[in-house]
Design a protein around this ligand. Structure first.
Ligand code: SMO
Length: 764
């Protein structure tokens, strides 16, 4: 094998920038990952590891009359076949109580007396090899008696209001009305869910390698559900190949594998297939949102009434109520609306569970509001750009308290809209569109303005100097491919005054990090990054204090850099970081290696925002939408690494295009999933992703120490709304006023045919 030279990303030490924050530093993770040296859960192979396959329900609603395990148990290599009766009464997983008065569904590890969705795990087969487990699955004989789905009654309902909506509507000159039906979507991480559970009977220690974005949540849930002392449980998220919300909650399969590892005293591995993911991982979206927007004759928004109906699926993951509650708290988006009345409901359905997925309620809120604004513009005969600009919350009103008690902390929405109009040359685009229409083409332009709250609360950070002179930074935030190690090393380097090459970022391991939240809700850099910044400041102060005493000078006289520490204005050489570590070890310096531990609490929530413009052309013969142009102005506050931010924006944009134009999980009336593979579920491919022009504005968030805002979900929020408005703008001259999501060629073609037919009939 040819030896590959180790690539070095480090800027030469003398060429270090003054500030690492703001630099497009190359990803330190990639050398390892692109060479195939990553370590994902499936790469964890404990000796004596056995393999798990789940037997899943083929029907949506049935009583389980019997589970006959004998034949499977007798098959070669099979160690155990387990069903609900083997698990006793393992108590339920927690659900985030973001909505008052939620009625929960019982969390079952394996279906007990009945199944409530296709794909629900009913039994598990454990065998010496994966092939033996796969072979034995078909030998488990389960007797199902089909029955009506349980009407349930579980779920949630919440209402929020501001002002007198009825009176606003009675004064309205125009009332726009829109209903948006969102398809169910698959979060579609490249790496499906995976778990390896290894219970050490001799020591009583339990290690669980889990593909998760929330290792500490998994730690708490598994300890509690399995009745284990938390100190004995270690959850490790090694490399994680994407999550997008789908790996934020503990799953029945994960609990089952962990429990069975203890029961059998064997390490066990389960890696979901893509089919498992389609069937039984959490889905996103799926809501039906209805809204009415009342306007005065000058175009001012007088009132918004919205009914948000979110499906929940057959059980409730931790974040089950988040999409609904997020949508309700974000409406009416970046606009000033005199009165608001929002009702949101969540209801149990006989399908896979709904959880958070990139955006988690924010895309739904943005889509409803932006469609309403365009519909209102049509009714008023006003340009949609102008209608937006006269209703956006002006920057001088920020921070802005909303009807839902939220505080939008910062931003400049009119500026984002202005810049997107300038960069795309909006008037010229509209002229081009009108000219294209005269030639018989179907052409449209659409705008989407969005706000994006980025999580609140706290995150942990710990820093200490290791014996080899490396400064180790442990964060409660985790990584799933974003380049967390790269960005957080930049933050720590600036906070301490060293180079990122002095820093090692540790994450995703409950034995090596302080309790934290993880990577979700676009919160990691804002809150986790601020935790690192604060801890870095404390570390630096501690180093200056100790080294000041050592050098016998004032702490302010201690110069800290990537070499180590020295005393200012003397010619003495100072100490390298490795020497400082050695001095800690032998007691010449403090014994705790400048250990700093913090739990950073953000002052409030950071709100990102932005504006998008899409120009589309629609093929009259196929209905296919071609996105010709995307222009996007995003405000994520202060930026740590522009290259990483761009990557996040582009990835979100691709998933946003998928949501708008192609992705849909479809169940038939019997509750069968008829889009259970990538042959039927269309994710965007490279050729589906249009050229895009991204521009950033930076309004600093006052809500956290770094002044940053989230960016990972933005592409799923503003882009689909702009594309939907462009498609509807294109179809309006043909008499088509509504196309459901996703706006596939087939749907658009049908809508055009229907409208043309009505038109022709009207002429007869
Ligand atoms: S949908 Mo996200 O991973 O909070």
């Amino acid at each position: 094998m040819m030896a590959m030279p180790q690539q070095r990303h480090a800027t030469s030490l003398d060429g270090d920038p003054e500030r690492w924050i703001g630099q497009s530093r190359l990803r330190c993770e990639d050398d390892r990952l692109v060479r195939g040296n990553g370590c994902f859960v499936d790469d964890i192979k404990p000796e004596t590891c056995a393999y798990v396959i789940f037997v899943r329900s083929p029907v949506a609603s049935a009583e389980i009359k019997s589970v006959d395990k004998a034949a499977a148990r007798a098959a070669r290599g099979v160690l155990a076949v387990l069903s609900a009766e083997d698990f006793g009464d393992i108590s339920g997983a927690a659900v985030n109580p973001v909505v008052e008065g939620m009625q929960l569904v019982e969390f079952t590890v394996l279906a007990r007396d009945r199944v409530s969705a296709v794909g629900q795990p009913v039994a598990m087969v454990i065998a010496e090899t994966l092939a033996q487990a796969i072979d034995a699955v078909d030998l488990v004989a389960i007797d199902y008696h089909a029955c009506e789905p349980d009407p349930g009654g579980a779920g949630f309902a919440h209402r929020s209001t501001l002002g007198d909506c009825d009176s606003a509507f009675s004064k309205a000159v125009v009332i726009a009305s829109v209903c948006v039906q969102h398809a169910r979507l698959a979060p579609m991480s490249l790496e499906p869910r995976a778990v390896v559970a290894d219970y050490d009977r001799a020591q009583g220690n339990f290690t669980i390698w889990l593909s998760t974005q929330t290792p500490w949540r998994a730690h708490a849930e598994l300890s509690r559900i399995l009745g284990l002392a938390p100190a004995r449980v270690r959850v490790v998220a090694p490399d994680v190949g994407g999550s997008f919300g789908g790996k934020a909650s503990i799953y029945p399969e994960e609990v089952a594998v962990a429990w069975a590892s203890i029961a059998l005293g064997r390490p066990l591995k389960w890696c979901a297939t893509r089919s498992d993911e389609f069937l039984a991982a959490t889905h996103g979206r799926g809501g039906t949102l209805r809204g009415k927007l009342a306007l005065a004759d000058n175009g001012k928004f007088l009132g918004l009434k919205a009914e948000l109906d979110f499906p929940l699926g057959n059980w409730m993951p931790f974040s089950a109520a988040i999409p609904g509650s997020n949508a309700a708290r974000i409406l009416p988006g970046p606009y000033q609306v005199g009165s608001v009345e929002i009702n949101v409901t969540g209801r149990i359905t006989p399908h896979a569970p709904i959880g958070i997925y990139r955006g988690a309620g924010r895309p739904e809120a943005a889509m409803l509001m932006e469609r309403l604004v365009d519909e209102a513009a049509r009714l008023l005969g006003m340009d949609p750009l102008k209608l937006r600009s006269i209703n956006l919350i002006p920057p001088e009103l920020l921070p802005y308290a909303t009807h839902a008690g939220e505080i939008i902390d910062s931003g400049d929405f009119p500026k984002a809209l202005r810049e997107v109009a300038e960069l795309s040359d909006y008037p010229a685009l509209c002229t081009l569109r009108d000219a294209a229409r005269l030639k018989g083409e179907i052409s449209g332009v659409g705008l989407g303005v969005y706000i994006e709250p980025c999580g609140r609360g706290s995150e942990s950070a710990a820093i200490r100097l290791r014996h080899d002179g490396i400064i180790v930074v442990a964060t409660g935030s985790t990584a799933q491919g974003q380049g967390r190690e790269t960005a957080f090393a930049q933050i720590a380097a600036d906070a301490i005054g060293v180079s990122p090459n002095n820093i090692q970022i540790i994450h995703g391991d409950t034995d090596l990090t302080l309790p934290g939240v993880g990577a979700l809700a676009s919160r990691s850099t804002a809150i986790g990054g601020s935790a690192v910044l604060m801890a870095g400041g404390q570390f630096k102060a501690k180093v200056a204090q100790e080294l000041g005493a050592y050098f016998n000078c004032h702490p302010d006289e201690v110069v800290i850099d990537h070499f180590g520490c020295r005393q200012r204005s003397t010619l003495s050489a100072g100490l390298l970081w490795a020497d400082i570590a050695a001095a800690c070890d032998d007691g010449r310096l403090c014994g705790d290696n400048f250990n700093v531990k913090i739990d950073y609490q953000a002052d409030g929530e950071a709100w990102s925002s932005g504006a998008c413009l899409a120009a589309v052309a629609i093929d009259r013969d196929t209905g296919n939408v071609q996105v010709k142009k995307l222009t996007w102005v995003d405000d994520a506050g202060s930026v740590i690494n522009p290259m990483l931010v761009k990557g996040q924006l582009l990835g979100g944009m691709a998933q946003g295009i998928g949501e708008a134009l192609m992705e849909s999980l479809v169940y038939d009336n019997e509750g069968q999933l008829i889009t259970g593979s990538l042959l039927d579920y269309a994710v965007p491919k490279a050729q589906d992703v249009p050229p895009i022009h991204i521009h950033k504005i930076e309004t600093i968030s006052p809500s956290n120490a770094l002044g940053v805002k989230g960016v990972g979900e933005a592409g799923c929020i503003g882009i689909p709304a702009a594309v939907a408005n462009a498609v509807h703008d294109a179809l309006r001259p043909l008499g088509v006023h509504h196309v459901d999501l996703p706006m596939t060629g087939a749907r658009i073609w049908e809508a055009i045919q229907r409208a043309t037919k009505i038109d022709q009939e009207g002429q007869q």
